[in-house]
Design a protein. Structure first.
Length: 76
C-alpha cells in the first residue's frame, strides 16, 4: 500500500506512531466501506488511552493509497 504525503504528514503532526497505523491495517477492530471508494479501518490503541484510530484508505486504486489517519472521538 502506498502512503500519500498527507498521510505521512498527519502521522507526524498528530503524534501517531506508524506501528499503530500498521495495526489498524493488519487487524482492524472495525471496517467501514464507504460509497466514495474509501475504506475506514478503525483500531483501539491501548497505549494512547484506549482511543480509536481511524485510517482511511482509497481502495479504488491498486495498490491502495493511505489517505489520512486520526484519533476519532466519535467512535465508542
Amino acid at each position: 500500500m502506498r502512503e500519500s504525503k498527507h498521510f505521512t504528514d498527519m502521522l507526524i503532526e498528530r503524534g501517531i506512531k506508524k506501528e499503530w497505523a500498521e495495526l489498524a491495517l493488519d487487524s482492524p477492530d472495525r471496517v467501514e466501506e464507504r460509497d466514495d471508494g474509501t475504506r475506514h479501518l478503525i483500531k483501539r490503541i491501548p497505549e494512547f488511552g484506549n482511543r480509536w484510530l481511524r485510517v482511511i484508505v482509497n481502495s479504488t486504486t491498486t495498490p491502495g493509497i493511505l489517505i489520512t489517519a486520526f484519533f476519532d472521538r466519535r467512535v465508542r
